[in-house]
Ligand binder design. Structure first.
Ligand code: FE2
Length: 392
């Protein structure tokens, strides 16, 4: 089952059942110009240890810190960077407040998927006037000797927010209240994680279209692809997914909802443990997935494993993907091809104790898809792990 992207108008399904909208980028509205993703912030139980996890296993360099030593009394935050990816891990310093409550309720998870914009006031006005719930109207997050950082924010699914960030008048390393890490501990070497490719949201049964409408009406995004439960199903469970994108294509947000099957959908497992809708996974793009995954594995990052049968027929399905099939199988990397090209991808196990958030590593060669040809094998791998957790 290989995803085939055809030049079809809206609503026409290709042979795999994936509906691709070739006009998605042109259809996206421009009332909310987004330059890209500024950063993703996780709220976690122990930010110091989380920052060392991303440094020592994933090769992120700690660049900024905020906490007691910088006059911040309620939280501690570490900013980590690798190429164009900026992650922030923040933990509460007190038992009260929204961070402590968030961690108690959800465990570790994504709090903020922040957009870089030129005008945070306009972004807030345009989105709230179209129905977004405000999280932060105040447009100047603060000033220090490095200038002024402007920020506003709105809510999206679950307790996730989207901040709007304008750095044009700010020269500091991250934000007021943060200090630069002068002598960062050595980051792990051998990774080439370049940028965030896409961020996936899991929402409740029946809510996918609500959030598709939300991203269309409130953010001006358009729908790029629709996978229905005939595409994404195994013997036991199913899910549905629609991918929303902005005008310049830099933002890609698949939205998943569980579909009913004989057993529990992996999306439902996420919702049961995260307790609300939330960010399921973030895909990090590399141009050397073999080297990156080999290093991540050596460093102790755990990935989902696919059975030998998947690889036995892979070459017939995808042809030459520039990497020997034995290497793909050795590292557990998957491949998929559509008419625009191919992609290589792999998924980690959940990166915290609850079976919730995980990462994907993706290397694209022309394909703008999401690996629909791998969905079935992948979901069967997830179900084997769900069964081990007693959650199938
Ligand atoms: Fe993905």
């Amino acid at each position: 089952m290989t995803q085939t992207i055809r030049s079809v108008g809206k609503g026409a399904a290709n042979q795999s059942g994936a509906v691709v909208n070739k006009d998605a980028y042109a259809e996206a509205q421009d009332f909310l110009p987004i330059n890209g993703l500024d950063h993703v912030e996780f709220w976690v139980g122990n930010a110091r240890q989380a920052s060392n996890y991303y440094r020592a296993l994933w090769g992120f360099t700690p660049v900024a810190y905020a906490g007691l030593e910088t006059g911040i009394r309620d939280r501690s935050s570490y900013v980590l960077r690798q190429h164009d990816i900026t992650l922030v891990v923040t933990a509460p310093l007190t038992p009260d407040g929204e961070i402590a409550e968030h961690v108690r309720f959800h465990g570790d998870g994504v709090h903020d998927i922040a957009f870089a914009v030129d005008d945070v006031r306009s972004a807030w006005r345009e989105t709230t006037s179209r129905g977004a719930q405000s999280y932060l109207e105040y447009a100047e997050a603060g000033s220090d000797e490095d200038g002024t950082l402007r920020r506003s924010a709105v809510h999206t699914y679950g307790e996730v927010i989207h901040s709007f960030i304008d750095r044009s008048d700010y020269r500091g390393v991250f934000a007021p209240g943060f200090r630069k890490v002068k002598k960062p501990a050595r980051a792990a070497q051998g990774m080439d994680l370049l940028e965030i490719d896409h961020c996936v949201g899991n929402v409740e049964l029946g809510e996918m279209n609500k959030f598709v409408d939300f991203y269309r009406d409130v953010f001006g995004f358009s729908q790029l692809i629709h996978y229905d439960d005939k595409v994404i199903h195994t013997e036991y469970s199913a899910l549905m997914s629609k991918v929303m994108t902005n005008g310049n294509g830099r933002i890609k947000f698949p939205i998943n909802e569980p579909a009913t099957g004989r057993k529990k959908s992996q999306i439902q497992e996420y919702l049961d443990w995260y307790k609300t809708p939330g960010c399921q996974h973030i895909a990090l793009r590399t141009e050397d997935i073999v080297r990156t995954v080999r290093t991540l594995r050596e460093n102790g990052v755990e990935f989902l494993g696919l059975p030998h049968e998947y690889y036995a027929t892979l070459a017939d399905r995808v042809g030459d993907v520039g990497v020997p099939m034995e290497t793909l199988e050795e590292l557990g990397i998957e491949a998929d091809r559509d008419e625009e090209g191919y992609l290589l991808q792999i998924f980690t196990r959940p990166v915290q104790d609850r079976p919730t958030f995980f990462f994907e590593i993706i290397e694209r060669h022309g394909s703008r898809g999401f690996g629909v040809g791998n969905f079935k094998a992948l979901f069967e791998a997830i179900e084997r792990e769900q069964a081990l957790r007693g959650n199938l």
